[in-house]
Design a protein around this ligand. Structure first.
Ligand code: NAD
Ligand code: DAU
Length: 332
């Protein structure tokens, strides 16, 4: 049976990928996750023991990582500190996990000759003007803005160097903004949904003109599986579902879908260095691997997501208070 190590498999997108593999393959999945504030073992509930081994640990711990890597056929590396706002208040864990953690995994992959797919972000390319006709492609120069995106860019550079210098069998994907069930309530969409569910109001940074390119998490998972199984070694693939929306429209749509007035939200101070627009051109992935997103109706995906947060309050309620206390301290 094919054994796959998934780092960060108790996080939002990593756990979605584990569930995707359960439905679409017969792999045995080994999850390595530190269970930081962002990891939640409840996101993996219901998976039979013969399909999943869960190990709590830090990807920086080479003594733990090396034997683990020797016991699997491939690695998909999701583990990261993932939130821009946190990286502005304390960059340190971002350097630890995103840079050193990726280095430790690459060394283990080099020593054991293990295939590795590295999960990255469109934020490594910086941002676009609102009226720029161009979108990000695999050839766009790196230009990260935040401590988070600069550590993700660093990790991509390490992967490229290990592939070229040591022939590590690596691929990279850079995806746009994900949404869907199991996303931590610190992130934009679940924060607004749960604010409304607890009787509060959505919080919009600045004027809300910033544009993000939304993709339903299941579509990210199907793209990663396509790259893992059929992608060309050494290549980078951009993943996106043509889902550009400005933040103000997204807040207004959430309010409408939840039966509230479209202007029942608060403006809060803008994020420092806030990227204006991300937009992905995923032509390479679509042409080479025949991948297509299944969830191309944003309003339907958002409705499903709202329903999930409404019926799974026990999954998010424990972290809601701490998250809002943190935002309160930073004025957001
Ligand atoms: P998340 O914050 O929800 O989950 C991260 C997971 O990694 C958590 O389970 C956490 O416990 C674990 N983790 C953190 N540090 C660790 C360490 N040192 N050792 C082991 N485990 C550790 O993040 P997410 O939104 O699911 O993002 C997953 C990956 O996808 C990240 O690499 C991120 O950069 C990338 N990505 C995210 C998005 C998005 O929209 N969320 C888009 C593109 C790419
Ligand atoms: O583009 C991919 C990236 O998308 C991933 O690499 C990151 O891991 C992921 O967190 C996400 O980064 P963003 O910074 O775009 O996502 P976030 O959910 O933090 O914010 C989305 C937009 O919403 C951004 O323009 C900031 C704004 N925002 C955010 C919050 C939390 C608000 O207006 N109000 C809020 O309360």
């Amino acid at each position: 049976m094919f054994r796959l190590l998934v780092t960060g498999g108790a996080g939002f997108i990593g756990s979605n990928f584990v569930h995707y593999l359960l439905r679409h393959t017969d792999y045995h999945v080994v999850v390595l996750d530190k269970l930081t504030y962002a990891g939640n073992p409840a996101s993996l509930l219901g998976i039979p023991e013969n399909r999943l081994t869960f190990i709590q640990g830090d990807i920086v711990d080479a003594e733990l990582v090396r034997p683990l890597v020797s016991s699997v056929d491939a690695i998909v590396h999701y583990a990261a500190e993932s939130h821009n706002d946190n990286s502005l208040s304390n960059p340190n864990p971002f350097l630890h996990t995103n840079v050193i953690g990726t280095y430790v995994l690459l060394e283990a992959a080099r020593i054991h000759g293990t295939r590795i797919h590295h999960i990255s972000t469109d934020e490594v390319y910086g941002d676009l003007e609102l009226d720029d006709p161009a979108r990000f492609t695999e050839a766009t120069p790196y230009n990260p803005s935040s401590p988070y995106s600069s550590t993700k860019a660093s990790s991509d550079m390490l992967v490229r160097a290990w592939a070229r210098s040591f022939n590590v069998a690596a691929t990279i994907s850079n995806c746009s903004n994900n949404y869907g069930p199991y996303q931590h309530v610190e992130k934009f969409i679940p924060r607004q949904i749960t604010n409304i569910l607890v009787g509060g109001r959505p919080k919009l940074y600045g004027r809300g003109q910033n544009v993000r390119d939304w993709i339903y998490a299941d579509d990210h998972s199907s793209a990663v599986h396509a790259i893992l199984t059929a992608g060309r070694i050494g290549e980078t693939y951009l993943i996106g579902a043509d889902g550009e929306r400005d933040n103000k429209s997204v807040v207004e749509l959430i309010l409408k879908l939840m039966g509230r007035d479209a202007d029942a939200y608060d403006h809060v101070p803008d994020r420092a260095g806030h990227d204006l627009r991300y937009a992905i051109d995923s032509t390479k992935l679509r042409h080479e691997l025949g991948w297509r997103p299944k969830y191309d109706d944003f309003e339907r995906g958002l409705s499903k997501t709202i329903d999930w947060y409404r019926t799974n309050e026990s999954w998010w309620s424990a972290s809601k208070f701490a998250t809002e206390a943190r935002y309160g301290r930073s004025g957001h």
